[in-house]
Each structure stands twice: as C-alpha cells, then as structure tokens.
Design a protein around this ligand. Sequence first.
Ligand SMILES: [Ca+2]
Length: 562
Amino acid sequence: MKYWISGMQLAGVDRHTSTKRKRVDPTTRFTRLRFVLVCLICTLFSSQGSAERAAAKPPLDGTSRSPNIVLFLVDDMGLMDTSVPMLTDEDGKSKHHPLNDWYRTPNMERLAARGVRFSNFYSHSVCSPTRVSIMSGQNSARHRCTDYIFPWKNNRLIDTRQYPLAVCQQVPPKWNWAGLTQSDLTLPSLLKQVGYKTIHVGKGHFAPFEHTGTDPQNLGFDVNIAGSSIGAPGSYYAKNGFGKGSKNVHARPVPGLDKYHGTDTFLTEAITLEAKAEVDRALASEKPFFLYMSHYAVHSPFNSDPRFAANYRDKGTPPGAQAYATLIEGMDKSLGDLMDHVEAKGVAENTLFIFLGDNGGDCPLAGTDDISSSAPLRGRKGSKWEGGVRVPFIAAWAKPDPENKEQKKLPIPAGSIRQEIGVCYDLFPTIAKLVEAPVPTDHPVDGQNLSQLFSGQSDQKHRNEFLNHYPHPRRGQSHFFTTWRNGNWKVRYEYFAEGDDRYALYDLARDPSESNNLAAEQPVKLRSMMQQMVQELESSDAVYPVKDGQTLEPLIPQEKRS
Ligand SMILES: [Ca+2]
C-alpha cells in the first residue's frame, strides 16, 4: 500500500561527543531493604518539613502552588500515529509525512503549539520495561525488567506456538519478571515525600498478579483507578463490561469501572471522567497533584471507537487501521478534555503536561519489519528497528504564561522542537529536579535532566545515547537483541545469529529507514560502537540469554588487519 510508504528522509541529528556518565558502582545495585530504611529515616526527618511546606502553601489561587504534573502515557503509540509532525527536515524544522495526514489529533497539535517536541525520543520496545523505567529512572538493562510481564507465569515458562518453551528457556534466568515491588523507590513515592497527591489512572502492568506491584497503591500512588497487572483491556466497550468474562490470556477485564458497565461509555472516556474527578479531589485537598494518566489505548484489541469511526471510512484502508485511528482520536480527545479541565479549574498555568508513547506504534498494517505503520521508519512495536522504539514526545504548560512563577523556573518555548535524544527514563530525574525531590544517593539513575532542553537551550553535557536491551523472543525478525544509539549511529547485536550476521550498523542521518547495513563497510565504527554497547551493558550489570547452559555475552568484533 503505497500510501503508507514514504521515502522522505529524517533530518540529521547533531552528533555530540559522548561524555561517560558518573555511575554508581553496579555492585551497589539498588537494594530494596536499604531503600525501605532510607524511606523510614527520610519520613521521620522530613515529615515536619513537608508539613511546614504544605502548611506554607497559600490557598488555591491558580498561580502560586507547586506545579501540577500530568504524565500522559499512551500505550503502543508510535511517533507517526499523530497529525503532529514529529520528524524534522535537514534544517531542523518539523516535516509532514503522509501518516500525519491520516491521523487526527487536534489536541496534540494544541499541546505541541504550546510547548516542545522531541524528534528523537525513545521508549523501550515493549510495555513493562518502559513503565518500570519511568518509575525508576533506570534503563531496562539495569532494572532487568526487559520484557513485557506476562501476568500469570514467568515469561520463561510460556509454551505456545509463537513462543515455544525451548525458546523461552533461553531468556536470562535472572530477568526481572516480578517488575516493581512495594519496597522499590518510584517516582510517585518521591513526589509524595514533597507533598504531592499521586494519582494512577489506567493501565499499570508493573508486576504480575499475586505480587505487591500489581496494585499501584503499593508503588507510591495514593489513588488507583483501573490499574492492575493486565497489559491490555478485554474490551474497550462498557456494554461488554470492558471485557468481563473474557478468557483471553492477554486481554482481561479492566478492574474498578463497574459503574460504567452496560452503558455506551468507551474505556478511554471512562478513565478520563475518573481522572477529572480525581483532579478535583486533589485540588480540594490543596495539594499539588501528579496524575499518571496511563491510557489502555491504543493497545489491541483494536475496537473501533464509534465516536470517531466516520472520520476514517471510505479511505481505502483496512478495518484494523481504521479502528486504530479511532483509538488514537479518542485518546486525543482525552488529552483535550484534561487540558480544558485544568483551565476551567484555574490551574492551567501551573500544570505541566508531559506526553509520550510507551513503545513504537502497533497499527495493524503489513509486516512487523516493513516500512509501513511507522513510515518513514522501519518496523513497529517490539521490533529491533526504529519503529519499535521511537515515540511521540511533547512537554508543555497547559497555558503558557511567562509571568507565572513555576513557568519562570521552567520556561518552555511555544511550538519548539528538539533533535537531541531523549529517553523515557529521563523523566524521573527531570521531574524530581523540577519539584526539588531528593533522590537517595544509593539509587542509580540512568536518565538525564531534560529541563535545559525543554527551555530551548542546547546542553553541552547532554548525552545523545540510548540502550535497548531485549534478551527475549519476539515476533517478526526481532529476537534476542541489544541496540545502542550514539548520535546518528546505531549498532545492533543479535545473540543467536552466527558470525558477522550478529552485527548491524546504521547511519540514521543518511538512512532513517535502516535499509543499508554498514557493518561490513565500516569495521572501525562497528567495533567502537560495540565497545560502547558492551561497556553500557556491563556497567548496568545486565543479564544475558543462555544456550546449552552457557551465558551468551555480546562479542566485540575482532580488529580487522589491513
Ligand atoms: Ca505498550
């Protein structure tokens, strides 16, 4: 389908010299018991300060409280699944592609016009790794939750036609299936320490059932609406009880929304109504709020949202792609409703929206390794290609006001776009810094504070790097791989490939669709990139696949003799 294929080029990204980060010794890898003790001590010594800080807050007047934060996370939304152009031309200006004409996201356009976009923003390639990274500030190689969490048994024990047991047993034995637990340091637990009301609405997927992390209230959230271990809704339709009675092992009933059952309320709308009510409660309590608005949309099942179906009919696209577009537009309406709500409540100037997807897009088109659903990028959700990991990203104050006290601390130029690399685990240090929440020194953080980039200034210390470690089986051509991006370059290593086939090297400035593997042509660059990747993995204390009882660590190619 030619419509979905674009030959347009991704503009170049300034390549920065990599400055190695100062890391906490990996042997001090986050210990949960220690964190509990730190929390207890912090609570004892900070409760008085927090109380004073809360008491010092003036009554709600919309202009002089700590910033409210809406972290608006969309499941399975790629960077091309929007009418907002996220890619740039050679001059760094945003550039339209055909997919931008297909999708309708007027409220994302409104948000983007008020703030900053990133053309090179990454999440991990599937759900749970990104969610744990947002909560922890750590790369998936470090927290070891490297795959989606199958909620009922360890992914190593799955035995299906797609994922046979013999293949799943090659997954690292010590990968973190358990995800987050009650004693882990999380972003909302940090925010609570400085007086925030922390609200979870929508999809959790932080941990399996019968583990503490199944309930977001055990992870630092004061409130949980509709979140549990499930990674997909049984149904988006309230008429179907949002999947009540579903036997699908991947898509189960959404909990906690019984009052909507039997009505015409679409799931996206139901959780938006709930979120607005929780915002009202937080404002009444005179606490600043952190709303983690985690949409089930646009994850499968691709149920058409009847409110928007007419916008996509008769366009010559498959029904699944039409339904996917309605899920996108419904999510966009939710964004607009929340923006309008904080404005109606008089707190828009003090409310920062951070919008992103949790992995690459998953529009059901063509093959997972083609240039189609994320064109001009290759691949889709879960894949080793850019389409598996590039996501939309916008940060904006809901109502720009240069005179607002909070906005003076973090001014964001309207309608701006950055080409530096941002990553989902950057949000933890960025938000912690914004609200002046101290991070315990024994908690390693891989992310970087993005606030200088948000403010429209280049940051010489910023590292344009991203590590995606995926020692798991997956659909299409993507199995047991690690990718490392530094500047314009991307290297990929595949653990079960043979000889030189293990390696792929791409110059994304010249070849955004990853069509020209330069591994054989540029052995020096390949070796350098592999050395960096291995260093990153080792410093994160990463775990690796196993074969016949042997651990498969990545191999750096030998130096070629001329
Ligand atoms: Ca996802």
